[in-house]
Design a protein around this ligand. Structure first.
Ligand code: ZN
Length: 461
């Protein structure tokens, strides 16, 4: 699968409000940005400089806010086919209810689910997505190829976190034995996925991470050897951690320590690691994450949907822990788009002990852009509007009924209704134009996903 060619010429965007999310948080109430090829060439207040040559497109951003593209740091695309099931369960009961269905997925289902998940996110301003895929039924086909292909087709930058599970119920784990892989099989397949898809170039469309699923579904040996594999290959590590009280109790009973100490003991703290959730962390856990540079994918909607709890995001940020936002799988967040996470990150944090000082709208936008880029190890390429970075950006329309009276454009984006995307670019290439996907027919994506969801449901009788 080859990445698309770098576009030629310049794109000039003018008259929009700009929130650059650079280190200083620079904003312009009316400014310009120039894209050259796949990079941001220049930006600033007022109109673009006169005399620019080779301009292939000019965009009038009046009534709009221009931001970096949103970065999603945790997801499970296949769950697009099992939304709205087990809606009143907490995590372990929800997993046990859904594992048997998930263990029946195959390549066409995963492709349709990935297209649905990616289409929903791209439409909502995501330009860099990730998928933590950890169910590989025997004979299901080329699932990793389907996932990578779907992202390339839609034009979205992508990290495939090649997941795995090898601790079935007979080994004290939560998933049924028929849903897990053997240790050696999982490691070999993960290595093959890295070799096949991981692109080390600046501006790569595809990264691969090593991603055993969670302490309660993975053997200690797979955690250890997975970390070794990732470091030998120079790729990042991802897993679920400290999501629920039940997980903490599981770790104490089986390993004699809490989740963070268990991760430390298996090589899973470090600058190359990011973990989903991290809800149940004490001060020592947060300090260990900060010291090691371990990142967090904060998923407020999923944490609420599964009654997991409120992550200590203000404390994580104060300690210097890298934090991004995540949709999580759509079986625990049926909305499937990242806007709810920007909004809920603020609202949920303010229900915690820090109250109104917990998180601002601007901090939330930073989590969803620069924070996510750092968590995915791509802070030099994406996450802020700065000359030399990739032209991954979104022009949000804020002059319609939903937003026209909200005084502050960043508050409008984060706290208001989901804003329509007039234009999003990934590496200078349009992915969304006037709310529609450029590279896919949204109605067809919806139909295909519905058909594959129906086929999966029929397999279950
Ligand atoms: Zn998850």
């Amino acid at each position: 699968m080859t990445p698309p060619p770098v576009p030629q010429g310049r794109v000039v965007i003018e008259n929009a409000a700009l929130a650059t999310v650079d280190t200083e948080g620079t904003e312009h109430s009316s400014g310009h940005l120039v894209v050259h090829g796949d990079r941001i060439e220049s930006l600033g207040p007022g109109p673009a400089p006169a005399g620019l040559t080779d301009v292939r497109r000019r965009v009038d951003g009046t009534g709009h806010l221009l931001t970096p593209g949103l970065v999603n740091t945790h997801h499970h695309f296949y769950q697009w086919l099992t939304r709205g099931l087990a809606t009143d369960h907490k995590l372990f009961d929800w997993l046990v209810a859904l594992y048997p269905t998930w263990a029946r997925i195959d390549e066409p289902m995963v492709r349709a689910a990935a297209r649905g998940s990616l289409a929903m996110m791209a439409r909502g301003g995501v330009t860099c997505a990730m998928d933590h895929h950890y169910i590989y039924p025997r004979g299901a086909g080329d699932l990793s190829g389907a996932l990578v292909g779907a992202a390339l087709d839609l034009g979205v930058r992508f990290t495939l976190a090649r997941g795995s599970m090898d601790r079935g119920t007979s080994d004290g784990g939560l998933p049924p034995d028929f849903a897990v892989e053997a240790l050696d099989e999982a490691l070999a397949a993960t290595e093959e996925t890295v070799d096949r898809f991981h692109d080390t170039a600046f501006g790569a469309m595809t990264h691969v991470a090593v991603a055993p699923c969670s302490p309660f579904s993975v053997s200690t040996e797979l955690m250890r050897q997975g970390a070794e594999l990732a470091r030998r290959k120079g790729v990042r590590l991802h897993t679920h951690g400290s999501e629920t009280r039940e997980e903490a109790a599981f770790c104490r009973e089986l390993f004699g320590m809490g989740p963070t100490d268990y991760f430390a003991s298996t090589g899973w703290l470090g600058e190359d690691v990011w973990m989903a959730h991290c809800v149940h962390m004490d001060d020592a856990d947060i300090a260990a994450f900060a010291r090691s540079g371990t990142g967090v994918a904060h998923c407020p909607s999923s944490n609420a949907r599964l009654a997991a709890g409120i992550a200590r995001v203000p404390d994580l940020l104060a300690a210097g822990v890298p934090v991004g936002l995540g949709v999580d799988g759509t079986a625990s967040n049926e909305s499937g788009e990242l806007h709810t996470e920007l909004r809920n990150a603020v609202l949920v944090a303010r229900l915690g002990p820090h109250r109104e000082a917990a998180l601002t709208a601007r901090q939330s936008l930073r989590l969803a852009t620069a924070g996510g880029a750092r968590v995915l190890g791509r802070q030099d390429e994406i996450g802020s509007l700065e000359p030399g970075k990739l032209a991954d950006l979104v022009l949000w329309r804020l002059d319609t009924l939903a937003h026209s009276t909200i005084a502050d454009p960043v508050a409008a984006l984060v706290l208001g209704a989901p804003a329509p995307v007039t234009l999003s670019l990934v590496g200078g290439r349009p992915v969304v134009e006037h709310g529609r996907l450029v590279h896919a027919d949204e109605d067809l994506v919806a139909r295909e996903a519905r058909d594959e969801a129906g086929r999966l449901a029929a397999l279950m009788g």
